[in-house]
Ligand binder design. Structure first.
Ligand code: C5P
Length: 240
């Protein structure tokens, strides 16, 4: 497979076409952003770490039967994925109160949320990715009820698997964001990435952040933290 033209530049990734019409080439950037891109910094090594974490988690999740867009990781900062028509929603799942759930509701930080909370946000840079409820999604024709239900079911499945996977390496999965797309044949797949850019992870013993909150809160260098997550995952591969 050879890399084609640049199709899309995101905040942490670039997407290229390939010579295979069913495949896309994703390049993970050495860049961190927060506040919807208003805070932006180049961080050497971040792209490679996110590629490796994302590749490892996609591979393991696919092995457990969750349909994903992942095909294979390439050298360095690149990954091949199946082309999917993206649902323009961010599916957030919260196991514990943190981030905007705390600031919005004045909830006690790390309060357990039982059952876990599903939220959707509309992907729109112009609108700053606003919260959107199911009725609004349907009224606006952004997606349909079945797709929303399927996304929630898949998010729950990912949560169950990912929470256990991280618990086994001493990490609590606080919350995360997923994105979904449809393959040409209509199959709904988990797309985007699975990295500490899109999850809140805290060390189960110390409570310290092992994710992008370190960058958001200027709490120190990000790459050692991402390397720690990768090393723990790689040192304890999923049992199959
Ligand atoms: O900021 P908030 O508390 O709503 O974030 C919830 C979860 O979704 C966090 O894990 C965060 O990293 C993720 N998220 C994301 N991309 C966004 C917004 C949130 O990955 N645009």
């Amino acid at each position: 497979v050879t890399k084609g033209e640049l199709l899309y530049v995101g905040k942490a990734k670039q997407v290229f076409s390939t010579d295979n019409p069913e495949l896309l080439w994703v390049h993970y950037l050495d860049q961190a952003t927060a506040l919807n891109g208003k805070k932006k910094v180049i961080i050497d090594g971040k792209g490679t770490l996110n590629l490796q974490i994302s590749g490892l988690l996609f591979k393991e999740l696919s092995a457990t039967g969750v349909p994903t867009h992942f095909v294979q990781d390439l050298d360095g900062q690149d990954m091949l994925v199946r082309k999917a028509k993206m649902v323009p929603l961010e599916a957030v799942l919260r196991n514990f109160a943190s981030g905007h759930f705390v600031t919005k509701f004045n909830a006690t930080p790390m309060m357990k949320l039982d059952p876990p909370v599903h939220e959707f946000y509309l992907k729109s840079d112009d609108l700053d990715d606003p919260f959107i409820n199911d009725a609004q999604v349907i009224a606006l024709g952004i997606s349909d009820e079945e797709t929303l239900a399927a996304m929630k079911r898949m998010t729950d499945t990912v949560n169950t698997w990912l929470s256990r996977r991280f618990a086994e390496i001493g990490i609590t999965l606080v919350d995360f964001k997923l994105e979904f797309g449809r393959l040409a044949d209509g199959t709904l797949v988990l797309a985007d990435e699975l990295s500490p850019d899109n999850m809140r992870l805290v060390d189960a013993d110390t409570g310290l952040s092992l994710d992008k909150d370190v960058f958001r809160k200027d709490a120190g260098p990000l790459t050692p933290v991402y390397a720690e997550v990768l090393n723990r995952l790689a040192a304890h591969p999923q049992e199959v």
